[in-house]
Structures are given as C-alpha cells and as structure tokens.
Design a protein. Structure first.
Length: 615
C-alpha cells in the first residue's frame, strides 16, 4: 500500500471520529423521539397516534423517553418552498437537541425525511408509520428506515359501499383534487378497474356549493366515497360535515376520525394499533437492533366501524354489517344507563320471588297441616260422640222400651178386638193412633241418636240455637230421668241465629250437660237441676249457659278444665270440654266456666250472630 493511500485512510478515520453523528452512533441512542406528522396540528389522528405511541414506548421499558412532535402540514402546503422553510425551521430548533429515533408519520413525511435526513439527522434511524403499501413499494426505502405499512385499497371502500347499499350501481367520489391527496393518491389508479361494474360520479375538487347541490339528489342505488376534503380556514372533518347533512345517500369513509362527522362508516384505519406497532419497533432500535436488519411490519390496521345514527337515518340494518363491526353512537340502553339500578331491582325481584315461592310452599304445607288437623279433629269429634252415645245408650234403650212396649200392647188389644163379631171401630182407630204416636216417638229418639253418631264433614248452616238446645234436651231426657235430674230452659227474646254445624253445637251442649249431671251425682235427688239459658248480647253475639246445682269447680281449676286430657273422673277421657272449646273457637266464639253464688257451676259460651235468617 502506498504512503499516500495510507495517509488518506488515516484522515478519513480521524474525520469520522470527530463527526457528531459518528459519536452518537458509537454511544447509546439518546432517549428522545421526534414524531413528524404530515398533516396540521388540528388533525384528530395525530393526538391519538401520539398518546398511544408514548404510552407503549414508556410502558415497555424501564427508561423514560422524551417525545417531541412537529406538524408539517404537507397536504395543505405541498410546494418546495414550504419544504425548504421546514428544513430551516427543524435545523435551527433541534440543533442542540439530540434525537435517538425519528418517526415519519404518513407517506409525504417519509418522502420529506428521505430528502432531508442527510442534512438534518444524518445518523438517526427512521421509523415510518401510516404509510400505505403501494407508496412504500414505490419509494425505494433506504437501509436506515423501517416501520409499518397498512393496506388502504380502494376495493375496501367499494366493499363497504356494497354493504350499505346492496343494489349498488353508482359511486359518487367526493374529495380534494388528486394533487392534494396526501393519504390516498393511489386511489386514482385503482378506480378504473371498477368502471365496468359501477358508474362513477366524479365530484373530486368541486366547490362545496356544487358538492352540496349534487349529493342532495343522488339516485337511490348510489353510495358516496369520501377521500378527504380540506376547507380554507376550517378544522379537520369540517369538509365532511359541510355536505354530510344534505347528502341523501350513505357516505363511506376510510379514517376512524371521520366517524361522528356525517360518515356512515366503512373499513377505517385506526391510529392506535399503528402507533403501538411503531412504538414496539422503536424499543427494539433503542435496545441496539439495527433498523437495516428489521423487516417492515405489514398490517391491515383497519376495522369495520359504523355510525349508528347514520345507519338509522338511511334505514340500514345492523345485520348487514360485516362480522366484528363496531357500531358507535348507539344510545345506551336501559342496561347500560342503569346497570346497578337494574341489578338492584333484579335482586329485589329475585328476593321477592324467592320469598313468594317460600310463602306459597309454606302455605301449601299449612293447608296440608290444616287438612290433617281437621281430619284428626273430625275423628276426635266422632270418638267423643261415640263415647257420649255409649254413655247415654242405657237410658236411650230404656226410653225406647216405653214406646215399643206400648206399641206391642196396643197391637195385642187390636187383635183381640178383631176376633169379635162386631169390633168397635172407634176403639180400633184410637189404638192405631196410639201406635203411630209411639212409633214416631221411637223414630225421633233413634233419629237424634243417629245424628249424634253420624260421621262426616263440617256443614255450615244458619240455625236457631234454641232449636239445637231442644234437640239436645230430647236426647238427654232419658239419662236425666235415670239420674233424677230436672231439665229446664230459659230462652231470651228473639231468634238466636248462628252459623255453624248444628250437630257440632249439639255435641257441645251434650258435653256441657253431661259434665253438669256428673257434678250433681252426690246431691240430693230433689236438688239436681240443670238449666239451659240463651241470651242475646247486643246485635253481634249470642250467649248460651249451662248451669248445674252441683259442688262447683275449684277456683284454681276454672281454666284447666278446658285443657286436653284434664279430668277428675275415674273413667273420664278429658276430651269433652277440650273438644267443646275447640269447636266453639272454630266458629269464632269463646267459652269459659264460673261458679254460681248459690252453689254449683255454670259453663258459658258465645257465638257470633248470623247475618241472615236461619235456613
């Protein structure tokens, strides 16, 4: 190697060592990112992209990064002079600020950076974002640049239009002139292949007044494809909003930030997933990976998004939307607005339902228990009747012997008269009348006894208590005569009408009377008196008392005598007075015992008066 060449190489090495760019390359990259946006600062895309990028960048590393942003406004000012002004501005502003990674957001920005990097940031790696695949393929990307590309083909706009208008035959194109289209310049070359299928209504670059007039009278089989429209002095999306209100057909959009300004929807590019993918590439570069060795990330980064209000306006069913579509601006339903209130109400309803079910179950159990108790009560009543009838059977039999004996005697007398040549017909008639009377008396005794022994369900009816007392006395008369007891009644004025089972009350009266006669067993025969008395208590109650002239009841036992199985008799069951209380209380009355002043006891009970006359 010659000495001259050696000197030249040494000089090159020394020069490179003194270069600031070479110094930055040798050391770790400064933790700073500069994002260059191709649009102006009012764009809604940029803050969403920047926030997602910074969040992902700082969340994925222990280091803290500084993120700078600049808005180049290349779509509104595409000329070379504006680019020169930008280069001068950026050179002066960041002269003393080291930048670790440069992010070119948008196709126009990437082209600007490729032309200006050698002058402004000669050694800084470049990451591009929001660049469509066609532009990336056209640009001959340098080795220092990597990033993300997305697909924004025109056929997706057409597909969305066919979703919104099933019988699509015409497509109206609305937007800035093609030379001002920073994001969609490739659409112009993709439109001709569809010309054989659809009629295109070209409204590109027309004044707003003309656009408003044309979109208001489009045919029914038409959809509008919106490609960006900037108005002088207006903010982002004001161009879309300026004609969307009068448009009579759905508007297809391809940018997420156009949702809410009159666009119906479509397959829209979203800034957040693009920003996240871009931030992950930046982290790899900060970790020491060379941009030249990183493959470009190709992604769709689009999602079907639609405006519910516009769907309703044009009568488009959500069932026609692509699977996975997001529908925005749908009014919150009852569940969304009042979630906790609905949950609380639902909990209350479920609790109430559970309580109602439990109460119904308990009611069913109670009904079963009541039926069982009623069945057992009827059995006890029947047993008590049988016991009462058994106790009275001897007296009843004695009482029956009298009419039966009289019938036999009268029959024999009639037979004797009939053997005569001239029988006395008058006397025969008297004998037959006596036989009929005695037979009726015997039948009455048997009828009352059968009624007492009859077993059956409770039969409510209106009747006069005085009639029930009369029936009870007729049953008791044989036993009273046997025991030497004088029976008497004292009836109050008026009808003592009640509503109950007459046989049951008759049984109560028999129980009370039997206990009274038992209490007088030690009294002198001429002192044995049993009295039934009825009294009207106002307009609502009837009181019945059964008094005897016996020894009375000990004061401390006045309440106990009505308890089940309480008895002072050797062969007593203790059920008679207990059953009497149960029956009286069943029909809404009450029963109690008292001692008489002159000796003996009185058992009283009351019953509600019946509202109607006795049946």
């Amino acid at each position: 190697m010659s000495a001259a060449r050696f000197v030249v190489r040494i000089a090159i090495v020394l020069t490179a060592g003194l270069s600031p760019a070479a110094a930055w390359a040798a050391d770790p990259l400064p933790p700073a990112v500069l994002i260059l946006y191709q649009s102006h600062s009012d764009s809604l895309w940029n803050p969403a992209f920047g926030a997602a990028f910074a969040s992902t960048l700082n969340a994925g590393s222990e280091r803290r990064f500084t993120v700078y942003t600049e808005h180049l406004d290349l779509s509104r000012f595409p000329g070379a002079q504006h680019r020169e002004v930008l280069r001068s501005y950026l050179r002066d502003k960041y002269r003393d600020t080291p930048i670790g990674v440069l992010v070119a957001q948008g196709s126009s920005t990437l082209e600007f950076v490729m032309r200006s990097r050698a002058e402004l940031w000669p050694a800084v790696p470049v990451i591009f974002a929001s660049v469509d695949e066609e532009t990336a393929a056209r640009l001959n990307l340098p080795s220092y640049a990597t990033g993300t590309t997305y697909k924004l083909p025109f056929h997706k706009m057409v597909a969305a239009a066919q979703v919104l208008v099933p019988n699509l035959k015409r497509i109206a194109l609305v937007g800035d002139s093609w030379e001002r289209q920073a994001v969609r310049p490739n659409y112009q070359a993709q439109i001709p292949p569809f010309a054989a299928q659809f009629e295109f209504i070209d409204l590109i670059g027309l004044p707003m007044t003309e656009i408003r007039k044309r979109v208001a009278v489009l045919p029914d089989d038409t959809a509008i494809i919106y490609m960006g429209l900037m108005l002088v002095g207006a903010g982002p999306n004001e161009g879309l909003a300026a004609f969307a209100g009068v448009a009579n057909r759905p508007i297809v959009i391809d940018a997420e930030y156009s949702i809410g300004y009159g666009g119906t929807g479509g397959f829209v590019a979203a800034p957040v997933p693009i920003a996240q993918a871009t931030a992950r590439i930046a982290l790899r570069i900060f970790d020491g990976e060379a941009a030249s060795k990183m493959r470009v990330v190709h992604g769709d980064f689009t999602t079907p998004v639609f405006d519910w209000r516009q769907l309703q306006r044009f009568g488009i069913s959500e069932s026609r939307l692509p699977a996975g579509s997001e529908v925005r601006f749908r009014p919150p339903g009852l569940w969304d607005q009042y979630y906790w209130g609905v949950m609380a109400a639902l909990a209350v309803v479920l609790l109430q339902a559970a309580m109602i079910i439990w109460l119904l179950f308990e009611r069913h159990r109670r009904q079963i228990a009541q039926l069982e108790a009623r069945r057992r009560l009827l059995e006890v009543i029947h047993l008590n009747r049988s016991a009462t009838a058994g106790a009275l059977s001897a007296s009843v039999a004695h009482e029956l012997n009298q009419p039966l004996g009289a019938i036999l005697n009268n029959t024999e007398a009639a037979e004797t008269l009939l053997t005569m040549n001239a029988p006395d017909m008058r006397q025969l008639k008297e004998i037959l009348a006596d036989i009929r009377r005695d037979d009726q008396r015997a039948s009455e005794i048997i009828r009352h006894l059968r009624g007492l022994l009859k077993r059956g369900e409770i039969k409510l009816q209106n009747f006069d208590l005085n009639d029930a007392i009369g029936d009870a006395i007729r049953i008791l008369e044989p036993e009273a005569m046997k025991r030497g007891v004088l029976l008497s009644t004292a009836q109050g004025q008026g009808t003592c009408a009640v509503r109950a089972d007459q046989v049951h009350l008759q049984q109560v009266l028999l129980n009370l009377a039997t206990n009274g006669m038992d209490a007088m067993s030690d009294c002198a025969p001429d002192k044995r008196r049993l009295e039934f008395r009825t009294v009207l208590r106002g307009v609502s109650e009837v009181e019945v008392s059964v008094s005897d002239s016996g020894t009375g009841i000990p004061k401390d036992k006045l309440n106990d005598i009505f308890e089940a199985f309480y008895t002072t008799k050797r062969q007593g069951t203790g059920l008679g007075l207990s059953l009497a209380r149960t029956l009286i209380e069943t029909y809404g009355g009450r029963i109690w015992a008292e001692n008489r002043g002159g000796g003996g006891a009185v058992l009283r009970f009351t019953l509600p008066r019946a509202e109607t006359s006795p049946a």
